[in-house]
Ligand binder design. Structure first.
Ligand SMILES: C[S@@+](CC[C@H](N)C(=O)[O-])C[C@H]1O[C@@H](n2cnc3c(N)ncnc32)[C@H](O)[C@@H]1O
Length: 363
């Protein structure tokens, strides 16, 4: 993600999805077995800004219900993440301080971890509730470049299979790592990008297809010889959108490693969250121009996608990289401004509530 707060400032949709899950998190906390302190984790938190209001609400509910226990909250992301911005946001030193919960409540301890979530990150049986939003579609390694598209969801059968296999291994590792970290009775709530029963996924919900547009404008740069063939092919998102079946597979088999580690699926559902930028455009009637709409929509797409295109250009001078990537998003923005209808970034999430039961079978 782009640092310095750029991500959370431009990602209202992700924040809305997390806020909607606040009640689920609070209910899970109430079901936890007794403990003298509470240890929470937010996996793949970026700068922490998008989940801050939810955590503020959850902690406020705990305190309002007389729960004065010490709370430790561990934010995790990749080592390259801008953790410094995260710490400033939590302490109200950057951005809107309304939900800077460290300023509101005593005995809340904020920590961070820069190791990827495919591994165990916390000491065994120490975590009461883990949470993750919009992060676990990132696979741990890119199994191949997708030569004729940018995303596995739109790739040919061989790239889809390669990414699906990697995602299955990663999902098992994610779950086994959480099984090791959670206390018996602990919970893991995750809201992951995925493909719903109607085949919809991020940016592909019936209107204009976002990833096809990324591909179209990237290919135009190649066709104009502004980028090379390997740069064109190198723009491959290291992501895979799992289906509900793929998410649930480790839980359906009582003899799987995940089931034997004691994890059970308490609930699963899918959720479509409409693009807030498109809604604001429609609500504004004639008050917002299509250019203004384009200038609100494209930065939210850019906040999480630009590293893919910048990485494909590595080896070039940074000013050249910035110029090419600016031109790329400008082309997309110009198309939205010229013809805004159907351009949007609706979210599609698969929401899972997982419990570590007391029973785990060791082999
Ligand atoms: C789209 S952002 C989501 C941020 C926030 N959770 C939200 O919902 O707005 C995805 C985040 O996952 C992080 N991420 C990707 N792979 C990861 C990994 N293996 N371990 C930890 N974090 C990872 C990225 O660095 C990024 O900050």
């Amino acid at each position: 993600m782009r640092g310095e707060g750029y991500y959370s400032e431009r990602t209202a949709g992700a924040r809305n999805v997390i806020n909607d899950a606040g009640a689920m998190v609070f209910d899970a906390l109430r079901d936890l077995p007794p403990a003298s302190t509470l240890r929470l984790a937010d996996y793949g938190a970026a700068d922490g800004g998008t989940s801050q209001q939810m955590w503020d609400m959850v902690i406020r509910n705990c305190r309002n219900n007389g729960d004065e226990r010490q709370i430790e909250i561990m934010y995790t992301d990749l080592a390259s993440n801008d953790f410094s911005t995260l710490f400033r946001i939590m302490q109200g030193m950057q951005g809107d301080a309304t939900y800077a919960y460290q300023n509101h409540f005593k005995n809340v301890f904020v920590h961070a971890c820069g190791t990827g979530f495919h591994e165990q990150l916390l000491t065994s049986s120490s975590l009461h509730l883990g949470f993750s939003a919009t992060a676990m579609h990132y696979v741990s390694i890119k199994p191949m470049e997708i030569s004729n598209h940018v995303h596995a969801a739109c790739g040919d059968i061989s790239s889809k299979t390669a990414f699906a296999n990697q995602a299955a291994v990663d999902w098992q590792n994610i779950l086994l790592a959480r099984a090791a970290e959670l206390v018996p009775g602990g919970r893991f709530i995750c809201l992951n990008f995925g493909i719903d029963a109607e085949g919809r996924y991020l940016g592909n919900t019936g209107g204009k297809h976002m990833f096809d547009h990324f591909h179209k404008f990237w290919k135009e740069l190649y066709d104009k010889r502004s980028i090379t063939k390997s740069e064109y092919e190198g723009a491959t998102f290291v992501q895979y959108y799992r289906t509900m079946e793929e998410f649930c597979a480790p839980f359906s088999d009582p003899n799987s490693d995940v089931s034997r580690a004691g994890l059970v699926l308490k609930s699963s559902s899918t959720k479509l969250t409409k693009c807030p930028y498109e809604a604001a455009f429609h609500d504004a009637g004639g008050e917002m121009s299509s250019r203004e709409y384009a200038e609100s929509l494209i930065p939210t797409m850019r906040s999480w996608s630009e590293t893919v295109f910048k990485t494909a250009l590595k080896g070039r001078d940074s000013s050249e990289i910035n110029k090419i990537v600016d031109d790329f998003y400008q082309a997309y923005s110009d198309e939205v401004a010229a013809s805004p209808e159907g351009h949007a970034m609706d979210y599609v999430h698969i929401i899972l509530d997982i419990e570590k039961t007391t029973a785990s079978i060791s082999s």
